[in-house]
Design a protein around this ligand. Structure first.
Ligand SMILES: [Ca+2]
Length: 419
């Protein structure tokens, strides 16, 4: 079992003790016998009965709810745990791999040689298992890429003392390679985790963090931060000049954020946030607001109890999520589709899911149809039968949807009309 292999002896003892106490509790509280499942700390070890399903070569054809038949083409499945995808004006597709490599596709084909010039990074553990640390994470060109050639990257940066921090940096794109890589914003130790970022329509760089103390305004963890493209702190940030607040903070109260996107029409920033066992959220990010974690959340803790006694999606005194999931789908990358190629999906939100209901092998792509007030009308789960961990989804310049799977035979999928 993977967990037994990676679990330190102390953790194994604690897990055994916790399991014993939970078992005793269960025996006292119930007359019937529920299954005892192994734990890693306070997290049940995920079952592997349907995990690691190989991705067929495709293409795959589907009927979908709105009457729009789609074909899903596998552009490559030779990536090693790819993380995020970005598009350059010349048609080049960039994909990060969590092992700390940058890859590119040209003319829809994976270029065998990795892109050179990125920073050294550190990764550990297995994607999807507790404690995993990713090397390269999000990637995006600067809004003025055509003139300045900057490519931005979030990554786990190894330090000389063997520890790590998460940084957002940039390098110049020249003829298929990066040069002059420099850090733009280095997060404090303990803040970071999976670190998506996005450029707002205001030209600012929004960085979503995990970890740390989400309610502590002097801690960078569990926040959305807002900085200039060179890392300087904007004077109009909501907490600038406020005693006891870090001036880079834009919003507070987030748990584990895996995706950020800008609505192409409204310019609003939207984030995906993972609860533990349920309580996944899509949040509309407004300056200075508090999104509740860990005080309130609509979901369970990994070992069973509700996160909050008044379990509900609305949060008194906090910003409620726009969309929520219980059980969790492990929300990842997200994007609003605005293309013409798949017209019945125009305006819909697409969000990746790494796994459903704490069961590996159940990744999906969820589509959410909103009304004009961004209230949910419909939700459809796509690509369920593929069973892949879907890590990122973006619209390409061709108006098609591109999906990245976080697998050891990691894929880039392209969703196009079936006819
Ligand atoms: Ca929340």
């Amino acid at each position: 079992m993977k967990f037994t292999r990676i679990m330190p002896a102390g953790a194994r003892l604690r897990a055994a003790a916790l399991l014993a106490s939970l078992t005793a509790l269960g025996a006292a509280a119930t007359a019937w016998a529920q299954q005892d499942v192994p734990f890693w700390g306070n997290i049940p070890v995920a079952p592997e009965g349907i995990a690691n399903k190989p991705l067929p070569d495709g293409p795959f054809q589907y009927a979908t709810a709105e009457g729009q038949d789609i074909r899903v083409v596998v552009l490559t499945k030779e990536l090693e745990f790819p993380y995020a995808i970005a598009f350059l004006p010349d048609g080049t597709i960039l994909v990060t791999e969590r092992v700390g490599r940058l890859r590119m596709l040209r003319d829809g084909k994976l270029v065998a040689k990795p892109v050179e010039g990125g920073p050294p990074s550190f990764h550990a553990g297995t994607s999807g298992l507790p404690g995993a640390i990713h090397g390269y994470m999000n990637i995006a060109p600067h809004p003025d890429f055509e003139t300045n050639r900057w490519i931005y990257l979030s990554y786990t940066k190894p330090l000389p003392d063997q520890s790590t921090v998460v940084a957002v940096g940039r390098g110049r794109w020249n003829d298929g390679a990066l040069s002059d890589f420099e850090d733009v914003f280095v997060l404090d130790k303990g803040a970071g985790g999976p670190t998506p970022f996005v450029f707002g329509k205001d030209g600012m760089l929004y960085i979503a963090t995990s970890g740390g103390n989400a309610q502590d305004p002097m801690n960078q963890g569990g926040k959305v931060l807002r900085v200039h493209d060179d890392g300087r702190i904007p004077r109009d940030n909501p907490f600038v000049g406020k005693e006891g607040y870090l001036p880079e903070i834009y919003t507070l109260g987030h748990r584990n954020q895996l995706g950020l996107t800008v609505h192409p029409v409204t310019g609003d920033i939207w984030a995906s946030e993972n609860g533990p066992n349920g309580g996944d959220e899509i949040n509309l990010i407004r300056p200075g607001r508090n999104y509740g974690w860990p005080v309130v959340s609509f979901g369970r803790q990994y070992h069973g109890p509700w996160q909050h006694k008044d379990n509900r999606p609305t949060h008194e005194g906090y910003e409620p999520p726009v969309v929520f999931w219980t059980p969790a789908i492990a929300v990842s990358g997200l994007t609003f589709y605005m293309g013409d190629a798949l017209p019945k999906w125009k305006g819909d939100l697409f969000v990746g899911g790494l796994r459903y209901g704490e069961i590996p092998g159940t990744g999906r792509l969820d589509r959410v149809l909103f009304n004009q007030r961004f209230e949910e009308l419909r939700r459809e789960s796509l690509l369920l039968d593929l069973g892949q961990r879907i890590r990122d989804v973006k619209e390409g310049p061709d108006g098609l949807l591109y999906v990245v799977t976080d697998e050891d035979e990691g894929a880039v999928l392209r969703i196009e009309p079936a006819s």
